[in-house]
Design a protein around this ligand. Structure first.
Ligand code: DGJ
Length: 747
């Protein structure tokens, strides 16, 4: 089995297919972290911890004379404030009103088969058939008080993932206050490591950045109440030499959708401590006697085989153990969304005009975006009033849905449950349901306020409202948006609680509502959204198998956004649409072909007024839809490879999908610059079977590279080894932002 306990040495060794993780409860009861890296045997790695008398690194409690023993440089599994360890702690807690100092020692442990679950929180799961999955729970206890900390480890042997979570229990007779509860800490010795992280902004999410971790603390965080456009709760730590194709790397993903904090401290002896968990800037959580607190889950993975391998491993783990939606393996509809086509200016007639074109083109679904409810002709009013505006629409939602179904299309709608407009019936009836700070003018974003999702009455109202809408018509898809940060965080329902507690309670309220929705309407395809990709995190994937990746629909900017997103998330979860040119976000003009090829990187759709397309565009769209449909399994389930990075290669970006059995593959290329007298652009394929023979498959002329490059002519054959090592010369671009696809099949 994957969790081994050496009783004599009190060593816990966790094995996955590509990693080993080890901890040891030492002779003083401190739980030390001894190893995480490439697979090794069960040797006790504590020999790597060398006692020494280091100045200004003190001794805990009774060890005053053991001057060579200090938790200030020992690798600690779950560091706390209060034991002469001055590096970043994972936990700060103590009796309410007292000093938040703890001294945690090993108390007991339990090894169970299967995976623990975290009530009310998203987390990886294991089915009965997943017999390789085990849970290790190590309980630590404060040396002075009845405060217990349970460290949870979910060990997925085959999926090569170790999950972490923490619960804190108060068995004292008085309240305990938690000031900081990180979900994990990880110590890596000799860590001259790089960190890859994904920063961004609205309409420019998940931009790739790689930097060496220097001395001091490097932080990636969000205090916005959402995981945010600005920083994503996923990072990779890797050796300097690690590349896509080789080298050791760690992936760390927080399964949470609210404010978070990831900190990496490179210390005085060049060791790295990395902690990840809830943002603690305002956090205070009181545990009454007998109560416990659960910190959300973190997913850890390590591979010695490069970043590309890390991505594929994580993708599979999410596909098999995180995404629950029945839609994950079903064909998702190719849809048209009316947002960029009409914004708020629509009625049933306009929508049906788009729907008729959609049916003509062979699309599967029309999604009615913002503006169908309450008084909502712009973004200043109506949020919270989830009643269809029949006057605007000119008919009932049921009637509209029926007409759309009559055209052979499915029907979906947009909602933004967690927000409220002050100009709404809901706000007029329940002003105290919005987060506002008494006596202060609230801050606004998009002229709206956040609902107090920590208030059960609010969550109940939203359940009832959504029930009414979803039972009023045959609705097969819901796009769940949220268009502000959490501002003015004060809950009238919990005046005694601190902002930090309310922020977390709001996320729990959102999760409760999502759980309700996916349980009650399992047939509905839920798409996540946060003004585009401001809540693109593993927590959301537990509820929604796909997420609107960005409000930026420009194909060229999307290259970077898709590239960054692809490191930590399956491309099948990336919602991507073809939109109109000049693009509404940046005014760029890009060929229709390129818009299609770029959107086919993810879950494909359109977002423009189809009735205004030229005949040429319609013909191209038909070809795109046909190609996407024919190759659906390859695009949605295939292994994704980043071939040329938009952050490094200024001339073109390239990626590929390879089927799991390596019998088929698709290459997508988009040119991002043009040159006189250009050099030949060459790419090397990845993931193919070296000793197999591949043949270039026909594609419609508008998408294909074949027509433009002799070496890529249909039915030309190459060995896998030739394509991997020799590569392929791409056709010359013919115009600005040109693009092409190459499809190959094993013969
Ligand atoms: C932000 C989303 O990302 C858009 O796609 C659209 O749904 C608007 N909100 C609607 O207000």
């Amino acid at each position: 089995m994957s969790v081994h306990y050496n009783k004599e040495k009190r060593v816990f060794t966790l094995h996955t297919s590509k990693s080993t993780y080890q901890m040891k409860a030492d002779e003083h009861g401190f739980l030390l972290h001894t190893y995480y890296g490439a697979p090794v045997d069960d040797s006790d790695f504590s020999y790597l911890i060398v006692p020494d008398d280091h100045g200004f690194s003190g001794q805990p409690g009774e060890l005053a004379l053991e001057r060579t023993y200090s938790l200030d440089f020992y690798p600690v599994e779950y560091p706390v404030h209060g034991v002469a360890d001055f590096r970043i702690p994972a936990l700060m807690a103590g009796k309410k009103g007292g000093v938040p100092a703890l001294d945690l020692r090993y108390h007991s442990h339990e090894i169970r088969s299967g995976k623990y679950s975290l009530p009310g929180l998203p987390a990886l799961f294991a089915g009965e058939e997943d017999t390789d999955v085990q849970t290790l729970e190590i309980t630590l206890k404060d040396a002075y008080e009845e405060i217990y900390v349970n460290l949870l480890y979910g060990v997925y042997e085959k999926a090569n993932v170790i999950t972490r979570a923490v619960t804190v229990e108060n068995h004292c007779a008085v309240p305990v206050e938690l000031k900081r509860v990180m979900s994990m800490s990880l110590e890596l010795p000799d860590a001259d490591l790089d960190m890859i992280h994904f920063y961004g902004k609205h309409t420019g999410e998940r931009q790739f950045e790689r930097r060496n971790l220097l001395h001091g603390i490097t932080e990636i965080s969000s205090r916005r109440g959402n995981s945010s456009h600005q920083h994503n709760p996923f990072v990779i730590l890797c050796e300097k030499e690690t590349s896509e194709q080789a080298g050791g790397c760690y992936g760390i993903s927080f399964v949470y959708s609210g404010s978070f904090r990831m900190q990496a401290e490179r210390d005085q002896f060049d060791s790295l401590r990395f902690v990840c968990g809830l943002s603690d800037e305002e956090f205070v959580w009181t545990l009454q006697p007998g109560e416990s607190f659960t910190a959300p889950e973190v997913v850890l993975t390590y591979t010695p085989d490069g970043i590309s391998d890390l991505t594929r491993g994580l993708n599979r783990a999410y596909q098999n153990h995180l995404i629950r939606s029945p839609w994950k393996n079903k064909r998702r509809p190719i849809l048209v969304n009316n947002w960029e086509a009409t914004y708020f200016d629509f009625n049933a007639e306009k929508l049906l005009k788009i729907a008729r074109e959609a049916a003509e083109l062979g699309l599967d679904m029309l999604v009615l975006d913002d503006g169908w409810f309450g008084k909502r002709d712009d973004d200043n009013s109506g949020l919270g009033d989830w009643k269809v505006n029949e006057k605007k629409l000119g008919c009932s939602l049921r009637n509209l849905a029926e007409q759309i179904h009559g055209l052979g299309l499915k029907f979906g709608i947009w909602v933004e449950p967690e927000m409220v407009s002050e100009d709404s019936d809901l706000y007029r009836a329940h002003p105290d349901w919005a987060l506002t700070i008494p006596g202060r003018l609230p801050n606004h974003s998009r002229n709206q306020l956040a609902l107090d999702m920590s208030n059960p009455e609010v969550v109940d109202y939203l359940k009832r409202s959504l029930d009414e809408v979803l039972s009023s018509a045959d609705i097969e898809y819901v796009k769940w948006d949220i268009n502000s940060n959490l501002e003015n965080v004060y809950s009238a329902a919990h005046p005694e609680l601190s902002q930090g507690a309310v922020r977390h309670l709001c996320v729990l309220g959102t999760y409760e509502l999502k759980e309700y929705l996916v349980t009650r309407y399992p047939h509905i395809l839920l798409e996540g959204c946060n003004g585009g990709g401001g809540r693109f995190d593993a927590g959301m994937l537990y509820y929604a198998p796909q997420i609107w990746c960005s409000d930026n629909t420009d194909a060229i900017e999307r290259l970077r956004i898709h590239y960054g997103t692809s490191f930590g998330y399956p491309m099948s979860s990336v919602s991507a649409h073809v939109s109109v040119c000049p693009n509404h976000q940046n005014g760029r003009v890009v060929p229709f072909r390129t818009r299609g090829i770029c959107a086919m990187q993810g879950t494909f759709g359109y977002e423009l007024d189809l009735s205004k397309m030229t005949e040429e565009e319609k013909a191209e769209a038909k070809q795109q839809i046909a190609v996407y449909r024919e190759n659906y399994d390859l695009f949605q389930q295939g292994d994704y490879y980043r071939i040329a990075s938009p952050f490094e290669n200024h001339d073109f970006t390239a990626w590929s999908y390879v089927s799991e059995d390596r019998s088929r593959a698709m290459l997508g290329v988009v040119y991002t610059d043009l040159h006189g007298n250009p050099k030949p652009n060459r790419i090397r394929w990845q993931g193919l079977q070296a000793d197999a023979l591949y043949e270039i498959e026909p594609l419609p002329e508008t998408l294909s590279a074949a027509a433009r490059c002799q070496g890529l002519a249909e039915h030309t054959r190459y060995t896998g080894a030739a394509l991997i090592h020799g590569g392929m010369v791409l056709p010359k671009p013919q115009e600005n932002y040109d693009s092409c696809m190459v499809m190959i099949r094993r013969v």
